[in-house]
Design a protein around this ligand. Structure first.
Ligand code: NAD
Length: 452
């Protein structure tokens, strides 16, 4: 089974879908890994690094002919030239990457016509056994961290409190709106830089997580009985709620030096939380970093991928922060996609898109010539016919049953190493409830038992 990593073509995209360490694990599981020449350079990984790990370096034409294509941005997530890639794909091929299925459903329609089985990594369900495949959390972690660095760079003041002979410099006040994965990472990063951090989220469950990293959870007297869906995501709120919310956010923004907004509703326009009037009341020199810029932004004045200065407030709307820390972003993405690829290999060593599996059901968006995700099909106005399971089995040649055990052992080692190095920080940036961690531990134990 040949799986090829394509060099990313989206402008300024520096990430790569696999790292050399991933290559070794996947080859041991029976995959033959091909890498398009130069694919890793943006992430500081040379062709020689991949060769040393056992991968074969090839050109794009050969890469696009592989059984499985691995991309960071496939199809709809590459609005610059993703359509060209789709033309090179063939029926029966499996493509795995982020493809913005809810933002660009038309691209999924094209993939379906081409007969491609597209895995939209953004749609891997957020269940505990799929946590290690969750690219959204991985990339949000990087984006939250980077957003704080951008804000610190733009702010005409320092973050930490400083008592000097030349007087006392007050700590910066950082206000985070949306305390999901990116927001919590931003809060933890700002805290480490010495800022006074507060955070707000429409989901009340976030309070504990915000407080666990030493930030203040902002109490907002707004009733929302129905803030969260069954997947743990925020639900779209009524316009009446959002109007009240904007008034309260304006008061809080006016007291802050930095506002980082991360509020998102999957597949929808981002809620407008900071109006132009609210920006006008902010302190001169203050900074807004709007991580929701790609879907319209949480601030009315945000312009995607631009830095604008309005009313003496600097507003940044970056849409691809993970690509600014490409090596670590690729490491996380590569580990996520590796876990996914290993999940596809069954006990007989076959690569199988098991249509009964909850993880595959969640993220396989086109298959056997049709769009098979209900939400995307309804966006495109097409019907879904029942897909045939039998077409989905492919054999990997050299699968060793020991591989899953080895990978789990490696992950345990990684976890132990991380715990040894920085156990306090690990607690700080842990975005999940302890219950979820317990569930994950239990799942890993179950996996281990199954693998023995
Ligand atoms: P996201 O990127 O979709 O949204 C970011 C945050 O914005 C969310 O916390 C959301 O509640 C918030 N938000 C939306 N509308 C808002 C509004 N009007 N006002 C204020 N805040 C608003 O979310 P995400 O960070 O990807 O994930 C959300 C949550 O899902 C996580 O915090 C976590 O609890 C859960 N999660 C679970 C798993 C898992 O179990 N495997 C994995 C990842 C995340």
């Amino acid at each position: 089974m040949k799986a090829a990593v394509l060099k990313e073509r989206f402008p300024d995209e520096r990430r790569v879908a696999l790292l050399p360490d991933n290559v070794k694990k996947l080859q041991a599981a029976g995959y033959e890994i091909l890498i398009e020449r130069g694919a890793g350079l943006g992430s500081s990984i040379t062709d020689e690094d991949y060769s040393a790990a056992g991968a074969q370096l090839i050109d794009r034409a050969e890469a696009t002919a592989a059984d499985i294509l691995l991309q960071v941005r496939s199809a709809g997530a590459n609005t610059a030239n993703g359509d060209d890639d789709v033309q090179l794909m063939h029926a029966g091929q499996i493509v795995i990457g982020m493809c913005d299925p809810l933002g660009n459903a038309a691209a999924i329609g094209m993939l379906a016509e081409q007969g491609v089985s597209q895995v939209a990594l953004e749609m891997v369900p957020r269940i505990s056994r799929a946590q290690s495949m969750d690219v959204l959390s991985s990339m949000a972690t990087i984006a939250g961290y980077r957003a704080v660095l951008h804000s610190a760079f733009e702010l005409p003041r320092m973050f930490p409190l400083n008592m000097t002979a030349a007087g006392t410099l007050k700590a910066a006040k950082v206000f985070i709106i949306g305390a999901g994965v990116a927001g919590l990472q931003a809060a933890a990063t700002a805290k480490r830089l010495g800022a006074v951090v507060s955070a707000y989220d429409v989901r009340p469950d976030c309070r504990e997580q915000v407080e666990s990293i030493g930030a203040r959870f902002v109490e907002v007297q707004l009733e929302s009985d129905d803030a969260e869906d069954e997947g743990g995501y925020a639900k779209q709120q009524s316009e009446e709620f959002l109007v009240k919310q904007r008034e309260l956010m304006a008061e809080l923004a006016a007291e802050s030096d930095v506002v980082i907004t991360t509020a998102a509703i999957p597949g929808r326009q981002s809620p407008l939380l900071i109006s132009a009037d609210a920006v006008a009341t902010m302190k001169p020199g203050s900074v807004i970093v709007d991580l929701a810029a790609e879907r319209g932004g949480n601030c009315e004045l945000t312009q995607a991928d631009e830095t604008v200065v309005v009313h003496n407030v600097t507003i940044l709307g970056p849409t691809n922060l993970p690509s600014e820390i490409p090596n670590h972003a690729s490491q996380m993405f590569g580990n996520n996609i590796t876990k996914f690829l290993l999940h596809l290999v069954n006990d007989e060593g076959e690569v199988r898109l098991d249509l009964e599996d909850e993880i595959i059901q969640g993220c396989l968006v086109s298959h056997a010539g049709q769009v098979i995700n209900e939400r995307i099909a309804s966006m495109l106005g097409v019907e879904i016919e029942e897909a045939k399971q039998s077409e989905d089995v492919m054999d990997t040649d050299n699968y060793s049953e020991d591989v899953d055990d080895e990978l789990d052992a490696d992950l345990e080692l990684d976890d132990d190493a991380a715990a040894d190095i920085d156990s306090e920080d690990a607690m700080d940036t842990d975005n999940y409830s302890e219950d979820v961690d317990d569930d994950l531990d239990a799942d890993l134990e179950l996996d281990d038992e199954e693998n023995q």
